[in-house]
Design a protein around this ligand. Structure first.
Ligand SMILES: Cc1cc2nc3c(=O)[nH]c(=O)nc-3n(C[C@H](O)[C@H](O)[C@H](O)COP(=O)(O)OP(=O)(O)OC[C@H]3O[C@@H](n4cnc5c(N)ncnc54)[C@H](O)[C@@H]3O)c2cc1C
Length: 275
């Protein structure tokens, strides 16, 4: 039997989960179905700083805590195409399609991996899922080499150097679905960032962007469920709700989701090594 796995979602979590699965189950028939792929996913505009941010229920013993630390930058717009190429090398395929339910793909699959970010609100459905709107601008300021974040209410801002640009932010507006740029947010970001770092005053703005962080009350959901479609019980692994730190957490969550998938395969179809 060739095991048919559908991963729903083409963001960092969907592609990470697809790759983690293919590394464990190279012979499975894997398809990633998503209405968007890079460069149009949430991560493509993310600053890419590794750190726990805006995700509820993060256990203290699993994070770095404190105010000064060394970390890394990982820009999804650069690494997502590489991860997708790796999934393809393993024989995985990609289909651009918007789903109105998980059942749509479950009817022709043996296992569904749900990595649909905010889409999980309707697809699961899960009322705990909500957007947290983030507006940012990207500027040319090659002299900025250190991350800076001020989390106080009155002067909230962050300045995060990427490889060839610097990300200035930002906003965190819960339950705000607007994807358009807001001129008032632009003004606030610019004022707070340039007051914190006056050398930015004359830098060139190259891009502005709005993204919706896929938050979830209660935090990230990596767990399993079963759906009943066309007289078949189909196992589902959920991996969504990564809020403001999905770039930081995606590989760990992808590996956890893949390991839950292996347990389900064993339970429903027998030993994964024989598939
Ligand atoms: C301004 C901003 C800055 C950020 N900065 C950082 C940072 O510095 N560090 C960090 O760790 N994180 C950061 N984040 C958070 C990070 O970008 C997200 O947590 C992460 O990208 C979420 O990835 P995901 O794959 O779960 O969701 P998404 O990238 O949103 O992917 C969900 C996928 O599901 C697909 N989908 C949804 N519904 C359907 C449907 N009905 N049918 C088919 N497909 C569907 C979508 O097309 C998409 O491909 C930032 C976010 C924002 C907005």
């Amino acid at each position: 039997m060739v095991l048919r796995i559908v991963v729903v979602g083409g963001g960092v979590n969907g592609i990470g989960t697809a790759l983690a699965l293919k590394q464990i189950l190279p012979n499975c028939q894997l398809t990633v179905v998503s209405k968007d792929f890079t460069p149009d996913t949430t991560g493509d505009g993310a600053a890419g700083m590794w750190g726990p941010y805006l995700v509820e229920g993060t256990p203290d013993d699993k994070i770095i805590s404190g105010y000064q630390f060394t970390t890394l930058i990982a820009e999804p717009s650069r690494f997502l195409p590489k991860l997708m190429a790796k999934v393809e090398e393993y024989g995985g395929t990609f289909v651009k399609r918007r789903l109105s339910s998980l059942e749509e793909v479950a009817s022709t699959a043996d296992l569904v991996m749900n990595c649909s970010g905010l889409g999980a609100k309707d697809l699961v459905p899960d009322d705990l899922v909500y957007p947290c709107r983030g507006q940012v601008m990207r500027v040319q300021a090659p002299w900025v080499k250190e991350f800076f974040a001020d989390e106080s209410e009155e002067s909230f801002c962050y300045i995060l150097p990427n490889i060839d640009k610097v990300v200035l932010g930002g906003t965190h507006q819960d339950n705000d679905w607007r994807r358009e740029l807001d001129p008032i947010d632009r003004e606030t970001i610019w004022r707070n960032c340039t007051e914190s770092m006056p050398s930015l005053k004359n830098c060139e703005v190259v891009k502005e962007w709005v993204g919706l962080r896929p938050c979830r009350k209660g935090g990230i959901r990596v767990d399993t469920e079963e759906i009943f479609v066309k007289n078949r019980h189909i196992p589902v692994v959920h991996n969504y709700g990564h809020g403001g730190c999905g770039v930081s957490t995606f590989w760990g969550c992808s590996k956890e989701a893949a390991s839950l998938a292996v347990n389900l395969i064993q339970k429903y179809y027998g030993s994964p090594s024989k598939l």
